[in-house]
Design a protein around this ligand. Structure first.
Ligand code: AMP
Ligand code: MG
Length: 346
């Protein structure tokens, strides 16, 4: 199975249209059955102020859907009637956002009279990581704006070994960045702004470190760093540096524990926060301490994207997993370990 972003020749076998809309991004990816990404168009919702309101994000998705879909077809040089299946992110995520993507997917699949495949968003982050890095059976650290999960395949399913008990690591960085007055722009997520500031920091401030077994908690850390910010005595660079060091050391510790426990030979880093160089460095040294391979998803597939949904739809479809329209209701809390993943072998 090859991965080549530049090769635009369409596979004989088929092409999948995938739509992602679990949270702030509306994205469409078109992928061939043999794993070539023909297009991957992402349109993020950037709120004027504050965090992501599910209904506002859903309105954004509905507004941009038509444009994103037609750009994805143009870039892929594929016509709608050349699509073999339609995949969509069925959950977990924000209800109103998920429903907009599901509606586009149902409409396209009924119009073209082709199968619909509901995909689990977390599994899709793992599968795109495996496709693009060649990882086969990794311990995965999936860390994004909405999720923080350490998972690995075990006894026929992806299992969650550890996860956040409150907010996601990306959310912790984002809320702090907003409190500090930073604003997200296209191509510059809040976490990337924190990363840029952190690179200039040097002083490690005293902050809570909260790891419970293989689970994590970030809300106390967020409260503490926000308090230090409001005290106004510390440089923003040092605050960002200290926040990153705490969050990423916690992530490194639980990933290392899962690696030792499962005795896997690969670490896969995926999700939006995977773009962070400091986090990559920490996990890469954990991997080398355990003679394991470190794999990180390329940046364009780190954020929520339609290509990962399309690719996972293909994997499921090959094993006969399709989603009839009457069973295509979105699943807001669809857990990783509840997903049937017959295509994975240990
Ligand atoms: P996702 O939820 O997968 O779309 O990822 C979005 C999350 O990734 C947000 O919390 C972003 O702030 C975060 N993010 C993106 N780039 C970086 C980066 N370079 N460093 C840290 N976090 C990042
Ligand atoms: Mg996102």
């Amino acid at each position: 199975m090859g991965f080549n972003m530049l090769d635009k020749s369409v596979s004989e076998e088929g092409v999948c249209f995938g739509v992602e809309s679990t949270a702030d991004d509306y994205s469409v990816g078109i992928v061939t059955f043999d794993g070539k990404v023909l297009s991957n168009v992402i349109n993020p919702f950037i709120p004027e102020t504050g965090g992501i309101h599910p209904r506002e994000a859903a309105r954004h998705h509905a507004e941009v859907a038509g444009r994103v879909i037609s750009t994805a077809f143009e870039e892929a040089r594929v016509k709608p009637d050349e699509i073999s299946i339609v995949a969509f992110s069925q959950g977990p995520g924000l209800g109103p956002c998920l429903r907009t993507g599901a509606t586009s997917a149902r409409a396209l699949s009924s119009y073209l009279n082709i199968p619909l495949v509901g995909v689990n968003h977390c599994v899709a982050h793992i599968e795109i990581g495996k496709l693009t890095t060649g990882a086969v059976d990794p311990v995965t650290l999936y860390v994004s704006g909405g999720n923080t999960i350490v998972a690995a395949f075990d006894a026929g399913r992806y299992r969650v070994f550890g996860e956040t008990l409150d907010i996601a690591a990306g959310n912790c960085l984002d809320v702090f960045a907003r409190e500090a007055g930073f604003r997200q722009s296209k191509g510059m997520p809040l976490g990337a702004i924190v990363e840029e500031q952190a690179r200039k920091g040097a002083k490690l401030l005293n902050l809570p470190y909260s790891v419970k077994g293989m689970d994590l908690s970030f809300s106390g850390l967020l409260t503490a760093i926000t308090r230090l910010l409001k005290e106004g005595e510390y440089l923003i660079e040092d605050l960002c540096f200290s926040l990153e060091e705490m969050v990423f050391s916690m992530l490194g510790e639980v990933t290392e524990r899962a690696l030792a426990h499962t005795e896997k030979q690969e670490i896969l880093l995926t999700g939006g926060v995977a773009a962070n160089k400091r986090l990559q460095g920490i996990l890469s040294s954990v991997a080398s301490d355990h003679s394991s391979r470190f794999c990180v998803v390329p940046k364009q597939y780190a954020l929520d994207n339609g290509a990962m949904i399309a690719w996972t739809g293909i994997l499921a479809f090959r094993y006969g997993l399709v989603t009839p329209v009457e069973k295509s209701l979105v699943r807001l809390r669809w857990r990783l370990e509840d997903v049937d993943a017959p295509w994975v072998r240990e």
